[in-house]
Each structure stands twice: as structure tokens, then as C-alpha cells.
Design a protein around this ligand. Structure first.
Ligand code: SF4
Length: 392
């Protein structure tokens, strides 16, 4: 079982916080589509024969803004994917889109072409917050588009951002209320990250904006978990909430470290072997991507076999954000039990009520889930220290 990710590298306007690869020019769209079809047909990084490739259960169109492509263009990409891979009949097929430029005809066209899940980048229902994030839409346009999307699609997710500079808990609560009132099935709610290289981070470095204080961010996070649970959207990953049956199968594949193949500029791929495997990544430049494929070459610029250390890091980082660290996978990657290499960290997490330990996993409690990334780093460091000591 595996997933496919297709990166569509176009955006109408770049948002100040975004570190994903995308460009504002649409000039090379047709060249991009030709190159993408070629890449899908010729990928040399996975078994060359379709029958030897893993069955595909999920497809995710991300970016960028995939909804800048027409339904016919999206359907043609899906045809290429089906020609190159065995896609199961009930595959989850998600497309990311942005409020502002959607219409009913195109939405129906996407659905008829096979897309069955829409992930909608809304971020906020306050106009001033949207302007700060340099989003292209207003809150009213987002609401109107969500109603339209809900008319056409049964499975709709909203992306939201909290802990914006100056945002109060009341204003975040209003955003959550609007999302719930509009009948969303799934919400991804992330705190604002000041990613290196983004205009937002440059503003922070110049002292023009300040990140929200940690305790305020923690309060907003707790409110998110509780408010959404009261409205039937249970937390199933640190930043993701869904009604029963609506958890995102594609993203679960990432967290469970299933194999996936990425196509398009900047797309990453992973072929799992045991608890380790092979990773590769395409070049993060449309021009370089086009040149490599048009000259008969490969857009892949990074290939690596995971070391046991990298495997351990992934098992811990991804596990703690989802269903817990899989203790069998950890032992296979490290060669020792988690409770042997990081006994003090594990004991402390259990004593403080941040985690629970059972036969199969170490998983965070609701109280511990906000600190998933921090606890993961602590366990990784403790494991690495223990391995260094044992190698002396
Ligand atoms: S629309 Fe999405 S992908 Fe495009 S710049 Fe904004 S956040 Fe990034």
C-alpha cells in the first residue's frame, strides 16, 4: 500500500509565512504539465514495471495551488497516474485549493474526474488576519466558497492557523466557531511557524512582529482540542481533527511511515524497507525541473538510504505526533528497547502524566500532545547519548 503526492508549483500570490516551493508566474504551465506526464510515465526511482509497484490507496495534489489547474488538466494527470500505478477503486484523492477563485463548474469537474476530498486553505475568518498573512481572499469569500464546496464534495477539510501575532483567544475561538458552523469534516490547525527564509521570519528578525507567547499558544491549542471535540471533531494527530471516518488517510500514511512517491518540483518520496528505506527528492525549481526532464534526465537531486539513526528519529518524531512510538519498530531500528536507552525520559513522561506506555507503544496523553515535538527531541537526544556511551 502506498500514496502518491503531486506538487503543483503555482500560486496566485506568495503568502508571507509559506516555505513550500511555489512561484507566482503561470507562464510555464503547459511545459510543466508535459514534463509532469513524462515524469509519471518514466520514474526511474521506483520499480519500472507497473505490476511490481505497490498498490496506491491515496493520492494528494498539493502545492502551490492545484486548483489553478482546470478539471480537464487534473483529470489528465489522474489518467497518467492510473496508467503508471495500480490505484485502488476507493482511493482517497485529495486536492488542495484556496478560497477566491473557485466556481461550481470547476468543482463539479474535479469531482467527476475522481477527486473526492478537498483541503481548503482558509487560515482565518478575520479580514485583518488574512491581510497580515497576505492571503488573496477575504473572510466573506472564504465562507461563500466553503458553502459552495460543501454542496459539491462530501469530504472537506479546512486548514487554519493560530497564535498569530496579537491574536487573542477570543479571536481564535471565533475562527473555530466559524469553521464548525460551516460544517467542515476535518480541520488541520497549526500554530504560526516563523520558517527560515520567509518574509514573515525576516519581519521577526527586524523586530517588526513577535511570535505569540508560549503560554498563550498553549492555551489556544488546548481550547482547539476541547472545542473541536465538543463539536465531534476528535484530535487524531497533534494538529489534526476529524469527524468519525474523515481522518486523512494520505497523511496517516506519512505518520505511519508508509511508502509514497512524489511527482513535480520539490516533491519527496519514500520507499520503505523494513523499518528503514530509501528517500529521494526532486529539485525545488520549476526551471531546473523542466530542463532535467526535457533533456531526458531526472529531476531527482537527493537520494539517501536511511541510517538506523535517521530511522529512529522518524519513528520517534512521527510516532509521538500520531499514535505513539511503535516500540517494535524502535527496537528494530536501534537494536535496544526504548525503555533501556531513554529510561529517565520515559519514566518522567509517565510520572508527569504526559504519556502512557503499553506493550506496543509509548503514546502521549492529551496533556502531553502539545509538547510532542519537544518530547521527541528529548527522546532522540537521550537515545543518541546512550548509543554514543555504549560505543565507547
Ligand atoms: S497559497 Fe498556500 S502554497 Fe501558495 S503561497 Fe500561500 S500558503 Fe503557500
Amino acid at each position: 500500500m502506498s500514496g502518491l503526492y503531486i506538487h503543483i508549483p503555482f500560486c496566485e500570490k506568495k503568502c508571507i509565512y509559506c516555505s513550500f516551493y511555489s512561484i507566482e508566474s503561470f507562464a510555464n504551465k503547459n511545459r510543466f504539465l508535459d514534463a509532469l506526464h513524462r515524469e509519471i510515465a518514466q520514474s526511474g526511482e521506483i520499480p519500472p514495471v507497473k505490476e511490481e509497484r505497490e498498490e496506491v490507496r491515496t493520492i494528494f495534489f498539493g502545492g502551490g495551488t492545484p486548483s489553478m489547474l482546470s478539471p480537464d488538466e487534473m483529470s489528465a494527470i489522474l489518467d497518467s497516474l492510473r496508467a503508471a500505478h495500480t490505484v485502488v477503486g476507493d482511493a482517497e484523492i485529495t486536492m488542495e485549493c484556496n478560497p477566491g477563485a473557485l466556481n461550481r463548474d470547476w468543482l463539479e469537474g474535479y469531482r467527476e474526474g475522481g477527486i473526492n476530498r478537498l483541503s481548503f486553505g482558509v487560515q482565518s475568518f478575520h479580514d485583518d488576519e488574512l491581510q497580515f498573512l497576505s492571503r488573496i481572499h477575504t473572510a466573506a469569500e472564504a465562507e461563500e466558497n466553503i458553502r459552495l464546496v460543501r454542496d459539491v464534495f462530501d469530504n472537506v477539510s479546512l486548514d487554519m492557523i493560530f497564535a498569530l501575532p496579537g491574536q487573542t483567544p477570543e479571536r481564535w475561538h471565533y475562527n473555530l466557531e466559524r469553521a464548525v458552523d460551516l460544517g467542515t469534516d476535518h480541520i488541520s490547525a497549526y500554530s504560526l511557524i516563523f520558517e527560515e527564509g520567509t518574509p514573515l521570519n525576516a519581519m521577526r528578525l527586524k523586530g517588526k512582529v513577535n511570535p505569540a507567547p508560549n503560554d498563550l499558544e498553549a492555551d489556544m491549542y488546548e481550547e482547539t482540542v476541547q472545542f473541536l471535540a465538543r463539536h465531534g471533531l476528535e484530535q487524531y494527530e497533534t494538529s489534526n481533527y476529524a469527524k468519525a471516518g474523515y481522518a486523512c488517510r494520505h497523511n496517516i500514511g506519512y505518520w505511519e511511515r508508509k511508502s509514497y512517491t512524489g511527482y513535480g518540483p520539490s516533491a519527496h518520496s519514500f520507499a520503505r524497507r523494513g523499518v528503514l528505506g530509501k528517500r529521494w527528492a526532486n529539485v525545488s525549481s520549476l526551471n531546473a525541473y523542466l530542463e532535467s526532464i526535457e533533456s531526458g534526465g531526472s529531476p531527482v537531486i537527493m537520494r539517501e538510504e536511511l541510517t538506523s539513526e535517521q530511522g529512529m528519529e522518524e519513528i520517534v518524531m512521527l510516532g509521538l505526533r500520531y499514535r505513539g512510538i511503535n516500540l517494535y519498530d524502535f527496537k528494530e531500528a536501534v537494536g535496544e528497547e526504548l525503555t533501556s536507552v531513554a529510561p529517565e525520559r520515559v519514566e518522567w513522561l509517565l510520572k508527569e502524566g504526559f504519556a502512557q506506555l503499553d506493550e506496543d507503544s509509548l503514546r502521549l496523553t492529551a496533556k502531553g500532545s502539545i509538547f510532542a515535538d519537544r518530547f521527541a527531541l528529548e527522546i532522540i537526544e537521550a537515545t543518541e547519548r546512550s548509543r554514543q556511551l555504549s560505543s565507547i
